[in-house]
Design a protein around this ligand. Structure first.
Ligand code: AMP
Length: 305
């Protein structure tokens, strides 16, 4: 089944307790499409970059089977730039700089060959752009999943609420779930958020795993305890890419299959954080992914007599 991803393609500058990077390649859609590339063959991208974005990186996405026909290059514009600083716990971070640049007024054009996509991943970007993409699809996808962040809740809440009405699944972190709902209890927050539109909700809790909510059902997936975490940037996006990539590959959006997908997503996130930026995600094998998934199975299974 085909997957269409929309979202930021970016330059990131990161600071972690282990070191600092200047400008490396990042962006929600970069991580999502790379992670999804291990599952789905039809991996289409709609995004925008400036003329400063390196051609080699577009080549790298293409080597991973990502179709970049929908990647607009604004020659005289600058690529979206984000800078963040991680706290000592590596689980929380502060945004230092967000420069929307070419992303601010992006007019997402959907190539004809992307029409009819069955799975749509609206990665983190301007909520009005996410909505435009849905409106520009001739046929409603089987599953529309959306990721967003606190920035948009603070500066574009009405636009965000409008697009939430149109999606099937929302993925946000625990802090954002509390901000969006005004509830501290994640169970109460989930109820309120699902009433805003998405029938399914994933609340990510960083190194503490993720919760999947649908109607009155809940499933919990752990994160793999790793000895070393170098850079958590992109973990949420790699998670989303693995999750929706697995759903697209298996063409099954039942709750039970989402439980499996959440484990594949968590496995991709666990790889992502092992190195800086996208470094670890570009060199994976199917065997490594399957072995990692088995570690999750061992981690979370038990017998009760
Ligand atoms: P994650 O660590 O999975 O939450 O995502 C990190 C990625 O999100 C980075 O590579 C950033 O470039 C990207 N990002 C940060 N802020 C924004 C934003 N406001 N809109 C879109 N993408 C963003």
């Amino acid at each position: 089944m085909s997957l269409l991803t929309v979202g930021s393609v970016a330059f990131d500058a990161l600071e972690t307790p282990f070191g600092k990077t200047d400008k490396i390649i990042g962006g929600a859609a970069t991580y999502i499409t790379l992670a999804a590339s291990y599952f789905t063959q039809q991996n289409n991208l709609v995004a925008v970059v400036g003329g400063d974005f390196p051609q080699e990186m577009i080549g790298l996405l293409e080597e991973h089977g990502v179709d970049t026909k929908g990647l607009e290059i604004v020659q005289d514009g600058k690529t979206f730039f984000w800078s963040g600083k991680y706290h000592e716990d590596m689980n929380t971070r502060d945004t230092l700089i967000t420069e929307l640049n070419v992303m601010e007024h992006f007019d997402p054009i959907i190539p004809d060959s992307y029409q009819g996509t069955e799975f749509l991943m609206l990665g983190n970007t301007v909520p009005a752009t996410q909505k435009l993409v849905i409106e520009r699809l001739a046929k409603r996808p089987k599953l529309i999943m959306l990721d967003t962040m606190n920035l948009w809740m603070n500066i574009a809440l009405d636009d965000l609420k409008a697009v939430l009405k149109l999606v099937d699944l929302l993925t946000i972190n625990d802090e954002e779930a509390r901000l969006l709902s005004g509830e501290y209890s994640l169970r109460k927050a989930a109820k309120k958020i699902m009433a805003m539109g998405p029938k399914t909700l994933i609340i990510k809790k960083g190194e503490h795993g993720a919760l999947l909510f649908q109607e009155d059902r809940i499933f919990f997936a752990p994160a793999l305890p790793l000895e070393e975490v170098f850079d958590p940037t992109g973990a949420g996006d790699s998670f989303a890419g693995g999750f929706i990539g697995y759903l697209a590959a298996t063409d099954d959006i039942s709750f039970d299959n989402m439980k499996r997908a959440i484990i594949y997503g968590s496995a991709m996130a666990s790889f992502c954080v092992e190195k800086f930026g996208t470094e670890r995600l570009v060199n994976l094998s199917k065997e490594e992914i399957n072995a990692r998934v088995q570690e999750f199975v061992k981690l979370a299974s038990f017998d009760i007599q």
